[in-house]
Design a protein around this ligand. Structure first.
Ligand code: SF4
Ligand code: MG
Length: 318
């Protein structure tokens, strides 16, 4: 299968400005060299706690953030060295669906205005825009009546449908969805996930799905990368990861799912909070919280290895 998106050693550090409190300004190491590739038609999930760098990954891939190092390849072409034409194509074909639609939909625009915006930017004629917008509503199960409404007049589910349609309107091939359902009620979450599934088949979409919720990612994705402090600690086919997680961090995430399939152990309670990405721990970043740590773990950083076919983990236990 064609590799539609390849991420190589993607790194993003935010430099902090010098203030009187911080005499030696540091940097936030949000993303520390992540690599993976996504095949056409896949749903690839990135999962981890807030602050693990998963949103930074999404924003760096679409180019909303400029990576500190590393490469993004779209259909084999490196985004950084694209000419104007390829770059325009990339921006059309790889679209982002935001976590908080209330923040990303212009509150002063009607639904019609919001959905027309990307098409106007492409220079499409007015009449054509109107027709396309009206026809496209059906894709996300919305009625024409909504066209004249403002975002505050919509329900959470309607807003997320508009957010999704806004990403679809330029006929993309890849959708990067950052927590697309986490601000919605559970019943609405299922509707939106089902809709995204349907759209994937109908429009041959490839998804990069970013979430803190391993249950949602497991339901939705065929492969999953688990992130911790800006790194991928485990990457595997979804069922395999759910059944036999290898990394102690993944095991702790899975053991916390009520009624989940990973119940070999009691719920694993991690010590402490995730350390600051300004000052990551030595050796394995997870060692201060790890219930399986060994002497070597605080000294030597584990490398990611393929333990069994297509199952990668970064941990000294393997
Ligand atoms: Fe735990 Fe050591 Fe593995 Fe890190 S390398 S996850 S500290 S066992
Ligand atoms: Mg986030």
């Amino acid at each position: 299968k064609e590799r539609i998106l390849e991420i190589q050693d993607l790194t993003k550090h935010f430099r902090l400005r010098r203030t009187s409190l911080l005499r030696r300004p540091g940097s936030i190491k949000a993303l520390n060299g992540i690599s993976f590739s996504i095949s056409r038609g896949e749903s690839f999930g990135i999962v981890g706690e807030s602050g693990c760098g998963k949103s930074t990954a999404g924003y760096s891939i679409v180019g909303l953030l400029k990576p500190t190092a590393g490469k993004v390849l779209f259909k084999g072409e490196e985004v950084n060295s694209m000419d104007a034409n390829s770059l325009r194509e990339f921006r059309k074909k790889v679209q982002l669906v935001f976590q908080d639609t209330s923040g990303s939909l212009n509150p002063r625009g009607t639904v019609e205005w919001i959905l027309s915006e990307p098409l106007r930017a492409m220079g499409m004629a007015k009449k054509q825009i109107r027709n396309l917008v009206v026809d496209s509503l059906e894709l996300v199960g919305l009625d024409k009546d909504l066209l004249g409404r403002f975002p505050h007049e919509l329900s959470g589910g309607q807003k997320q449908r508009i957010g999704i349609l806004n990403a679809l309107i330029l006929d993309p091939e890849v959708i990067i969805a950052d927590e697309p359902v986490s601000s919605l009620d559970v019943s609405i979450q299922a509707q939106i996930l089902n809709l995204m599934n349907e759209l994937q088949d109908r429009l041959s979409l490839t998804y990069l799905f970013i979430s803190h919720d391993l249950n949602v990612v497991h339901y939705f994705c065929n492969r999953i990368a688990v992130m911790y402090l800006g790194e991928i600690v485990e990457l595997s086919e979804s069922e395999e990861l759910y059944r036999s997680p290898l990394h102690p961090y993944t095991q702790s995430l899975l053991s916390a799912i009520p009624g989940g399939s990973y119940r070999k152990t009691e719920k694993i309670i991690l010590e402490g909070d995730a350390p600051s990405p300004m000052n990551p721990p030595s050796g394995c970043f997870f060692h201060p919280r790890c219930f399986k740590r060994m002497e070597i773990c605080s000294r030597v950083k584990p490398r990611i290895i393929e333990v069994s076919k297509d199952h990668f983990v970064s941990c000294h236990l393997y």
